[in-house]
Structures are given as structure tokens and as C-alpha cells.
Design a protein. Structure first.
Length: 113
């Protein structure tokens, strides 16, 4: 089982960019699929992007073309590059390892208009 620690959140103006990082412990990180989720105030947590251990990715329609998920297995890290941010992207962002259902503590992203 892995442990996950997110970083990289913050306050940004609409149209700006942020890159989130999720550092994972454990030597078998490269074999795990990984996901980014987000939860906005008063809303359910939603899946934003996923990446398999082999690299294929999937995105929520709301972020396609703006967000990119990637991973560096040598660094045991998964990233979420977020461009053209909108106020509706404001949320706490979590990374998740879905096989063991392991979550990070979350990182706040706030996009001002």
C-alpha cells in the first residue's frame, strides 16, 4: 500500500496555470494506476483525470484540453498540469491510488475571477 502527499496548490487568477504534484511512497508505484479528484464546496467529489501504469490517460469533459496528467515513475510522483484555469476549477484536489483506495490529504486550488 502506498502513502500519498499532494503539493502545488494555491491562489491563481483565471487564465493562469498551476502544477500539482503527488508524491507516493512504496517501491511498486510504477505498477499502480493513479487518479486526481477534486471536491468543490457543497459538491460531490469528482474524478478529474486518471493515468494507468502504462501511461494511457482519461479526463473529465470539463477539463479536457486544459489539464494534463502525467507520471514520473523514477520519482514516484504523479502530476496534474492545469492550464487556462477557471473560477469553477476552485476545489480541494486529491490524488488517489484506486487499487488500495488510498487518498492523499488534498491541496487547495483557488481561482479568482
Amino acid at each position: 500500500q502506498v502513502q500519498l502527499v499532494e503539493s502545488g496548490g494555491g491562489l491563481v487568477q483565471a487564465g493562469g496555470s498551476l502544477r500539482l504534484s503527488c508524491a507516493a511512497s512504496g517501491s511498486t508505484f510504477s505498477t499502480y494506476p493513479m487518479e486526481w479528484h477534486r471536491q468543490a464546496p457543497g459538491k460531490q467529489r469528482e474524478l478529474v483525470a486518471s493515468i494507468s501504469y502504462g501511461g494511457p490517460t482519461n479526463y473529465a469533459d470539463s477539463v479536457k484540453g486544459r489539464f494534463t496528467i502525467s507520471r514520473d515513475n523514477a520519482k514516484n510522483t504523479v502530476y496534474l498540469q492545469m492550464n487556462s484555469l477557471k473560477p469553477e476549477d476552485t476545489a480541494v484536489y486529491y490524488c488517489k491510488e484506486p487499487i488500495w483506495d488510498t487518498w492523499g490529504q488534498g491541496t487547495q486550488v483557488t481561482v479568482s475571477s
